[in-house]
Design a protein around this ligand. Sequence first.
Ligand code: ZN
Length: 329
Amino acid sequence: MIKNQFSKQAPDEGALPRYDLGPGGRTPRLALVANLHGNELNGMFVLARLAAFLKSIESGEQDGLRLRERVVIIPTMHDANLPIAAIPRRERSGVMERRHHNPGRTMLETVATLTRTAYYRVDLHSTAPEIEEMPQVRLYAPSDDERASACLFGLPAVIERPAIDDAASGLVRAWRAHGGENFVIHAGQAGNLQTGHCETLFRALAAFLDRTGIVSGLRPVDDDEDLRYFGLQQVMTVAAEQSGLFASGLEVGCWVRTGEVLGQIYDSLTGGIQAEVVAPVAGLLASLRRQPLLQPGDLVARLLTPAAAVQRRSARLGERHGRWASRRA
Ligand SMILES: [Zn+2]
C-alpha cells in the first residue's frame, strides 16, 4: 500500500523510495532522510510512519490538519527490497563511529541531489549496533538559525560540535555546501527497532512540523519540556579500563549522580563481578554500551554534564526564538 505511494524516479536516482508530499511546484521546505547506513531501522520506521501520516493529511483524512509546505521524505537510502546482507559490509558494519560513516559515494550524491533544494534537512541516524543513544540533535559548526531551530524538535538534548569533524556524516558535509539548515538526529541503536525511541522521534518530528508551520492544526501535547543545550566540552566519555562482559540496567536519557554505578564488568569465565563502572561526573546519560564484549578503551557511556548548560523550559516557538535571540545578543 505505502509502496505505491513512492514517487517514480528518474533512472539515475536508483531504487530509492521517496515521498514528495504537499503543494507541488515550489521548493521543498523540509527533507527528511534515514538509514543511510542500511541498519538504522528506528529512523526508517519513523519516517515511513510519518510519510503515511502526511499522506493521510494530504488526502483530507485528518480533520483540521493541513500540509502547507512541500516535504520530501526518503525513509531508507537503501533499496527497500535489498536484504541487509546484500549491502557491502563497509556500509553496515558500524563498529566505530568513524568507520560507520562510510556509505557509497554515489548514494550520498544521489541523496544530496534529491534533498539539496530543501531549506531544512534532517538525517535520522543511529551510530552503531554497540551503543544505544538517547534521542538527541547534533549540530556541526551551526549557524544561529540552526541553533534556534534545533530546539523546535523538543528533544532532551542538543549537542553542538564546533566543526564538521570525523563524527559528522558525509551527508551533512554534502548538505552544508547548499546552505539551509542541517540537523542530524541520533536515536537508539543501529540494527534495532526500539519503539520507545521511535515514539519520541515521531513526536519530535511532529513538533518540528507544527512549530515551523509546515503542518497546521496539529495540537502537540504541550509538555513542560526540559531541553538542554550542550557544547562538546560538556560531553564526558567513559571508556573501559579493562576487558570483560559489560552489562547495565540503566536506560539512556536518565540522570546519574557522580559515583553512581553505570554498569558492571563481569569476568567472562567465572561470571564474577570484576569491576563496576561509575559515573565520573553527574549528568544526563546520553549513550550507553549495549554490546557486552568489552576491550580496554571501548566506549562505555557518554554523559552530558549540566555545568554550563543553559536550561530552557519553554513550549512555544515565539518564546524559544525570542529567548535565544536575547541570549545571543
Ligand atoms: Zn547513519
